[in-house]
Design a protein around this ligand. Structure first.
Ligand SMILES: Cc1ncc(COP(=O)(O)O)c(C=O)c1O
Length: 390
């Protein structure tokens, strides 16, 4: 037998789940989506945006899955946002015809992707500097494509975006000088507000952001420039931004999954979200009283926004309440709450549902969502933009 024949006969790992499986036989760790909760979140945001007459362009970086983006567009979204150009490719290939890159980019590799994408979809991008505008305009012109351009303003986050009305006007003049670019509006995303826990404080800060955006809009209007699109917002402030009178388009992403970090926010307004994303894990060791170990750590669970806030038994078959206390590469360390001497050996082999602290980087760790209703797998959605971060 030749070496290449031997290699082609090598077994490959079995699939994690099949449609029709129950969650008690799905491989662990797996990233699971509770479809009842997911559908409710999907419909609530679509209805909310429609009721307020604002466009919904959800952020696809939260889920990185064209199967989900298609559902968002079917529910009324005008398209999706991507944070990176390479991330946009699977969405374009899946037929999402309007994609906004909600981020600045520079370099020949990025320009090549921008003009390629613009020849397949309606592409809009963010800019905040003249060299970026010039390079983009020249690349688009050479490629014979046109690109919608939104000038990003710093609405208080102090990340990207121009920091004065004068700088915005200079940038808009630079865009107008490029025949292959169309100035279509501004982006004002204020990420720093999304996780302000207290509802009233979050609302007050969102109102201050809207005032800041309005100042920039007045400067444009004074020059006879109207913005077709004013885009921004996230799950935490969407409720306020929709009624601000300045935003025409909303970019929330996490609302579909409602991670632990967002779960910590106070939701006393009109919108309520349900946790739909859980990492399914198995307890695989419990050698010490009051402690146990499960099979998901850092490689299956992003912990930048904290550890899972709760540990739920898949089948409710144990009375023991566990806390997820630390993550190693491939192990999750669990402790019995208020029961340091508890005999935990009874839970070896039992399954847990862990809500991730932060959905975006957790989704980026998996190849697929195992989607179930009442514990039975209905669909498996590839996370086809996973790892596409260029
Ligand atoms: C530019 C931009 N828009 C929208 C979002 C979506 O925010 P969220 O997932 O908090 O709803 C983000 C998230 O970081 C973002 O960076």
């Amino acid at each position: 037998m030749t070496r290449s024949n031997a290699l082609s006969m090598m077994p490959v790992p079995p699939v994690a789940a099949r449609v029709g499986d129950t969650l008690d036989i799905v491989a662990t760790p797996s990233l699971t989506v509770d479809l009842d909760a997911f559908d409710a979140n999907l419909a609530a945001m679509a209805k909310f945006a429609a009721r307020h007459g604002v466009a919904l362009r959800p952020h696809a970086k939260a889920h990185k899955s064209s199967a989900i983006a298609r559902r968002q567009v079917e529910a009324g979204a005008v398209g999706v946002c991507c944070q990176k150009l390479s991330e946009a490719y699977p969405f374009a290939a899946a037929g999402i015809s309007s994609i906004h890159i909600s981020n600045e980019f520079v370099g020949v590799d990025k320009l090549a992707m921008a003009v390629e994408l613009a020849s397949h979809v309606r592409l809009s991008v963010c800019v905040d500097s003249l060299p970026q505008v010039t390079a983009l305009g020249e690349a688009a012109s050479r490629a014979g494509v046109s690109i919608d351009v939104l000038a990003e303003i710093d609405a208080g986050q102090h990340r990207c975006g121009v920091t004065s009305e004068g700088a915005l006007l200079t940038l808009v003049d630079g865009i107008a000088a490029q025949s292959a670019l169309r100035f279509t509006g501004i982006q004002a995303y204020q990420g720093g507000l999304q996780h302000i826990v207290e509802y009233a404080a979050r609302k007050a800060e969102a109102e201050r952001t809207a005032e800041c955006v309005a100042r920039y809009l007045r400067a444009l209007e004074a020059r006879g420039l109207r913005c077709g699109i004013v885009t921004g917002s996230g799950t935490g402030t969407v409720e306020f931004d929709a009624t601000s009178g300045v935003f025409t388009e909303l970019q929330p992403g996490s609302y579909l999954f409602m991670d632990g970090d967002y779960g910590d926010n106070e939701w006393t307004g009109a919108l309520r979200w349900h946790h739909s994303l859980f990492v399914l894990s198995t307890v695989m060791s419990a050698m010490r009283p009051g402690a146990a170990v499960c099979d998901v750590g850092l490689k299956g669970l992003a912990v930048d926004s904290g550890l899972p806030r709760s540990v739920k038994w898949l089948d409710g078959s144990s009375d023991l309440t566990l806390r997820y206390v630390s993550a190693n590469d491939e192990h999750g360390m669990l402790e019995a709450q208020n029961a340091p001497d508890a005999d935990t050996s009874q839970v070896i082999g039992k399954r847990l549902c862990l809500p991730p602290g932060h959905c975006d980087p957790t989704a980026n760790l998996y190849d697929e969502y195992v989607c179930h209703r009442n514990g039975r797998v209905e669909e498996i959605w590839p996370i086809d933009a996973r790892g596409l971060s260029r």
